[in-house]
Design a protein around this ligand. Structure first.
Ligand code: ATP
Ligand code: MG
Length: 479
């Protein structure tokens, strides 16, 4: 029998734990002070803690427990499925976390694993890494594949280890690098990024190492390279697979002993720079072809992080689409902007070869080109979805589905008119429905009458006549 402490303001969670873990001794605490007290007096084998979101005091409780009792094992549960919480939790020493909703089997397994570790640790007395301070984060996504990425970021950020970030183009490799930096002890020092594919070879060399005056024609002053400029900080080498063999050799030396010479210089410079590298190319293949040094490869991939393609992230697509839509609303100051269900279906069916960057651009483009406030499939600049040659849902099937939905939706409306009729009142159901449709259509296209007419499938003249009939006035649209 183990001793579990549940930290949760929600009584139901405590109840669930008592029920699921009947074989263990379950204690509970409602907030940070109670939790710290309980950890101190009861020495639980495992703490399971509910974190309701960033900016709540729940994360403070986690920090407080770790400060008071650095090797306490803690599992965090959160309904707030973001990278922020996940990375914070791991960084502050949580052993692992669970995104709600979870199934009981998952919970049982995680708790069993943690208790196993607790047993081993109490035998060996292994200390955990020290508590770090919090930092901002900005990755969206809660899919299992991304949770794995957050876990690794949380674990590796506080160290000075070199990280090799792989993944297709646009998956967020640079964002991962920034997050590692922001959660490291170097967070208040510079983070610089250098794209090895975008810069021609001689320029890349001087960008990295700098040069002395007179090193080559045109070198009129001494120039410091990025390695010196970001001393104490983090240097992110993007597309490292494109670096020339000569530069690879120089970088290997930097990685091994932190030294280099400026171009044309004799003085050996000593720097303390953490290197993070990324590539969307297959380095193993490049090694086989003799175009990438294997010693550099092994030195770089001390910690590998693979960022999964968007098509493997399930519902993250919807979260990301909403996130970019919100950004477009703010930037374009169009608070009413929204995605139609049909448009969302198109996004879901597409295979996203350009990953998150492509999604970001598609949403931005749609927000700019859509005349009204509702983004429709035709505003989305995506090519054929996976497998099929079409760009949207099957119109015939969509028609049938719409009819069924409409039938259901209109049932209460029909019942209402029926009641009025039986009560002997005069009813005009078609007019009432038409009026509502007209008003909705005009609102959706911000009062633009020619768009409203198109949306409703009637001519502008008909639209105007019917607006007059129902006394609908819209403010003049400034074209
Ligand atoms: N999980 C995410 N949440 C929010 N924004 C993201 C996420 N992943 C990527 N982005 C955004 O998508 C864009 C592409 O990300 P990033 O530049 O990090 O990708 P990359 O893998 O480095 O791409 P490339 O291979 O083209 O260099 C950026 O604007 C980034 O902010
Ligand atoms: Mg990049």
């Amino acid at each position: 029998m183990a001793n579990l402490l549940i930290v949760a303001a929600d009584e139901n969670l405590v109840f669930l734990f008592r029920h699921v873990f009947g074989e263990h001794e379950i204690r509970s605490a409602r907030d940070a002070p109670e939790a710290v007290e309980a950890v101190h007096t009861q020495r639980p084998d495992l703490v399971v803690m509910d974190v309701r979101g960033p900016g709540t005091e729940d994360l403070d409780a986690l920090r407080a427990i770790r400060l008071a009792s650095p090797d306490q094992l803690i599992i965090v549960m959160t309904a707030y499925g973001t990278a922020q919480i996940a990375v914070e939790a791991i960084k502050h020493g949580a052993h692992d976390y669970l995104f709600k909703p979870f199934d009981v089997g998952q919970l049982r397994q995680l708790v069993a694993e943690a208790l196993e570790i607790a047993a081993q640790r109490s035998a060996a007395r292994l200390p955990l890494p020290a508590v770090e301070r919090p930092a901002p984060a900005g990755m969206i996504g809660a899919s299992p594949a991304m949770q794995e990425v957050y876990r690794t970021i949380g674990k590796v950020a506080p160290s000075d280890l070199t990280v090799l970030i792989t993944g297709e183009s646009g998956t967020g490799k640079e964002l991962v690098a920034r997050m590692i930096h922001e959660h490291s002890r170097r967070a208040d020092k510079p983070f610089l990024a250098l794209n090895c594919a975008a810069i021609p070879e001689p320029l890349l060399e001087s960008e990295l190492f700098g040069y002395e005056r007179g090193a080559f024609t045109g070198a009129l002053h001494r120039k410091l390279g990025k390695l010196e400029v970001c001393n104490g900080g983090t240097l992110f080498l993007d597309e490292i697979g494109d670096m020339s063999p000569a530069l690879q050799t120089k970088m290997l030396r930097v990685l091994q002993d932190g030294t280099f010479e400026r171009i044309g210089g004799t003085e050996t410079m000593d720097v303390d720079v953490r290197i993070l590298a990324a590539t969307n190319r297959n380095l193993v293949e490049l090694m086989r072809e003799g175009r990438f040094r294997d010693d550099l490869y092994y030195r770089l991939k001390v910690v590998p992080i693979h960022v999964p393609p968007l098509r493997e992230r399930g519902d993250d697509l919807v979260l990301l689409a909403r996130h970019f839509l919100q950004r477009a609303r703010d930037e374009l100051q169009r608070p009413g902007l929204s995605l139609s269900n049909a448009a969302l279906e198109v996004l879901k069916a597409y295979s996203w070869p350009g990953n998150v960057r492509e999604l970001e651009n598609v949403i931005k483009g749609a927000a700019l080109t859509c005349p009204g406030v509702i983004i429709l499939p035709e505003h989305l600049a995506v090519t054929a979805p996976r497998g099929t040659g079409r760009t949207g849902p099957d119109p015939a099937a969509a028609g049938t589905a719409a009819k069924e939905t409409l039938q259901k939706l209109l049932e209460p409306v029909f019942a209402y008119f029926h009641d009025l009729y039986q009560a002997g009142q005069r009813v005009e159901p078609f007019d009432r429905i038409e009026e509502v449709m007209l008003r909705k259509a005009l609102a959706a296209v911000e009062g633009n009458q020619s768009h409203a007419a198109k949306l409703l499938g009637i001519t502008r003249t008909t639209l105007r006549k019917r607006m007059a009939k129902y006394g609908i006035v819209v403010r003049q649209q400034v074209e």
